[in-house]
Design a protein around this ligand. Structure first.
Ligand code: MG
Length: 307
């Protein structure tokens, strides 16, 4: 269970518990305090003297002393009156003389149940708002707004010949090797294929459109600059990079040990977290130009989202 669904489950049970407390409040004996007739002290005592009230509950709180009397003939009907604290002892004595059963209850201001029950509507509102926020963060809200979000995928491929005495740059990192790619820029196949995948996913052409190899300003250029520029183009079009998956094919050297640094360099150029960049290495099993160590190639699939 992920954190989003855990939060939803907690909020669900939070709501259920407070719904239960609300029902408890409605149907508990104390609920007799609500829905009764407000009458004056004299009227109340007149009903007591007339024998119309046989049971009285006295609620003692710091702020008030309340009497709740129950109609002797109609148990569902009652009467309420507020007393001065000083009058409570003599009133209690008078009620008992009249044969009225008096129950005394203390209402403690620090009673957590009372606080919870009284604050329940606010807590339910807060819980509901948190639930909505969670759904919005989880993307369900965006998804629910039809047509407001879309995902696009692009594919990129590149191959460079390898020649002795040239630096081998892959994924923005120079690797120790006796051969390197021939190219107008630094010949970084992974960066070039990634750039094409991103531009393709956004419908923005390809790397040759934006960085023609006939332009002298890109001669020997660091290919991470191409990625930084592609990222700006994506941002201008409201695209977000969701995931990049790549395969680099070369007979030698072993690329796996260098992947952490490559991911870091590519992620930095694209302004994303490195966990969005996934790299894999393959050999060509000694077959063809790559297998003979004469070339290096890369395939990349990039996934974008947009609002
Ligand atoms: Mg290239």
């Amino acid at each position: 269970m992920n954190s989003s669904s855990t939060a939803k489950t907690v909020l669900f049970w939070f709501s259920i518990i407070f719904l239960g407390l609300m029902l408890y409040k409605l149907y508990s004996p104390d609920s007799s305090r609500s829905g009764k007739d407000e009458i004056s002290y004299n009227e109340f005592m007149a009903k007591v003297d007339a024998g119309e009230i046989k049971n009285v509950t006295m609620y003692l709180s710091q702020s008030s002393y309340d009497l709740w009397g129950q109609d002797a003939h109609s148990p569902n009907r009652g009467f309420h009156v507020t007393l001065f604290k000083e009058a409570a002892p003599s009133v209690t004595e008078h009620l008992r003389e009249k044969g009225v059963q008096v129950t005394v209850k203390e209402v403690r201001s620090a009673d957590w149940m009372l606080l919870l029950v009284n604050g329940m509507p606010l807590l339910l509102l807060v819980g509901f708002c948190l639930f909505l926020l969670q759904r919005m963060k989880g993307g369900s809200w965006r998804t629910a707004q039809a047509g407001s979000s879309k995902t696009q995928t692009g594919i990129g491929y590149d191959l460079h010949r390898l020649e002795e005495g040239r630096p081998l740059i892959v994924g923005g990192i120079e690797l120790p090797f006796d051969r390197g790619p021939v190219g107008h820029s630094d010949g970084d196949v992974l960066a070039h294929a990634l750039c094409d995948a991103l531009l393709g996913a956004a419908g923005l052409g390809d790397i040759g459109t934006h960085f023609p190899d006939t332009d002298p300003q890109w001669k020997g250029a660091n290919s991470l600059l191409f990625l930084e520029h592609a990222k700006k183009l994506l941002t201008d079009k409201n695209f977000t990079i969701e995931h990049v998956d790549a395969v680099v094919i070369t007979e030698k050297p072993k690329l796996g040990p260098h992947f952490p640094k490559m991911r870091e360099a590519l992620a930095k150029a694209l302004g994303v977290s490195s966990d969005k960049i996934h790299l894999k290495a393959k050999t060509n099993e000694g077959v063809d130009a790559i297998g003979r160590g004469e070339a290096i190639a890369a395939h990349v699939v990039a996934t974008l989202s947009s609002r």
